[in-house]
Design a protein around this ligand. Sequence first.
Ligand SMILES: N[C@@H](CCC(=O)N[C@@H](CS)C(=O)NCC(=O)O)C(=O)O
Length: 326
Amino acid sequence: MSEDQTKPGETVSAAASKTAEHERAPQAFTDRITADGSSGRRVEAGRYRLIASWACPWAHRVILTRSLLGLQEAIPLAIVDPVQEFLDGDYQWVFSEEHGGPGGKDPVLGVHALREVYWAARPDYTGGISVPALVDVASGHLVSNDFEQLTRDLNSEWRQLARPDAPDIYPEALRADIDAVAQEIYQDVNVGVYRAGFAKSQATYDRAVDALFTRLDALEERLSTSRYLVGEQITEADLRLWPTLIRFDPVYHGHFKCNIRRISDYPALWGYTRDLYQTPGFTETVDFEHIKRHYYYTHEMVNPGRIIARGPDPAELLTPHGREKL
Ligand SMILES: N[C@@H](CCC(=O)N[C@@H](CS)C(=O)NCC(=O)O)C(=O)O
């Protein structure tokens, strides 16, 4: 695999930000929670805790699924501070007084740094420490940090606790199409923005940004005749793309040098971004303050002065999108 490729499951931003190339951390925690308990862990309201960051697009995909399915009460959410703490030579996700509780600890799990959860599960663990992370509260066991499997399991195994009219975001009949478009989006868009932003050479940057905008141009075409990426409903494919789009103009365009075009320069992509933003279940998962503070503060080599770019005005997301007619 070349330096430009990234496999699903690696800790993308950790790898990209901490090494010149894209170092691969194997997805280390992949236990499953199942409806029938056959995996050893049964679906149960209130038993597990989802640790996430409002800033992280991978965590956002799980948060969105939870929100669309109405699983907020069944799976409580713990949000880390947007600014990582420098611990033993590394930036780490931590809880704080503001995001967490007294003593800068998560009030339920009693931990300050997310790495404590990883170490409790595997004391000799030296791989990436990433969000999202789903924890079995009583034992403190880290069940999974695999965003893809988590999303799928919320949609299937957790259905008994979902609201009755919850959408199926990964319907059997559309899976092949969803997987195909998700794979293209993953490589060129989801990871592409990081590749461009953390490039250590002009050639690496050029390749990333070319692939990114070629893909965005193709998605613009696709979305100019259809409201959603696959079929006539919101699917997992949309949940792959949208978290990157919503961060694009405020962060990736400037901070990651993805500035050939803005999303707001693409009529269909921009309408689509607003359409989903205005869809129940989406708006409440977006926190621009966390998104901006995280990116502009954390990547020291990209933005050593920690100056947060001001624009664009988030109110633009509330303007009419006219996509109902599609
Ligand atoms: N483990 C996730 C990857 C998620 C990821 O890369 N999360 C980033 C934040 S956007 C992270 O936590 N990076 C570790 C760090 O920034 O220290 C997966 O299923 O692929």
